[in-house]
Design a protein around this ligand. Structure first.
Ligand code: OFO
Length: 169
């Protein structure tokens, strides 16, 4: 059983992970609309991983005999103007999610919930990768510019990303 404060922050985080999935799906729809199908694939795969992130917390709470409360998911930001602007939003969003994960780590320690503190290590590591993935794409977009030829090459590269179920291991 998890205490109420930790339960509340974990329920919030499930909601944030599903919001992340919505946000990436909105980005995927934008890229599909402008014909960048590789970018659309990359963000769609990311949306699926975000659902996995939410489900890992969902399963953890059930394992600890703690009530899961699913909250309303906000509509995602859809103010997208260019590939680089979208990926800057991705990086900003992932930095925000990192701050949320840090808060869970700190609260679980304050509440002496060492199982949750240990559980959240997986997310701390995952967030390093999430931020790196976004900033790698931004670096390449800025390096090669957004002329059609380089966007086409980037699109082909991002088309290769494949979904692999994110397991807690
Ligand atoms: Fe769940 O890591 Fe991105 O948001």
């Amino acid at each position: 059983m998890i205490n109420n404060k930790v339960k509340e922050i974990l329920n919030e985080q499930i909601n944030k992970e599903f919001y992340s999935a919505y946000l990436y799906l909105a980005m995927s729809a934008y890229f599909d609309d402008i014909g960048l199908y590789g970018f659309a694939n990359w963000t769609r795969v990311q949306a699926k991983e975000e659902v996995d992130h939410g489900m890992i917390i969902f399963d953890y709470m059930n394992d600890r005999d703690t009530h899961v409360e699913l909250k309303q998911i906000d509509a995602p930001d859809t103010d997208f103007t260019s590939p680089v602007q979208v990926f800057e939003k991705v990086l900003e969003h992932e930095r925000y999610v990192t701050s949320l994960i840090d808060s869970i780590a700190n609260l679980s320690l304050d509440e002496c919930d060492l199982a949750t503190r240990n559980f959240i290590n997986w997310y701390l590591k995952e967030q390093v990768e999430e931020e790196k993935n976004a900033s790698d794409v931004i670096t390449k977009l800025k390096l090669f510019g957004d002329e059609k030829a380089s966007l086409f090459l980037m699109d082909e590269e991002l088309a290769k990303r494949e979904y692999k179920k994110h397991d807690y291991n």
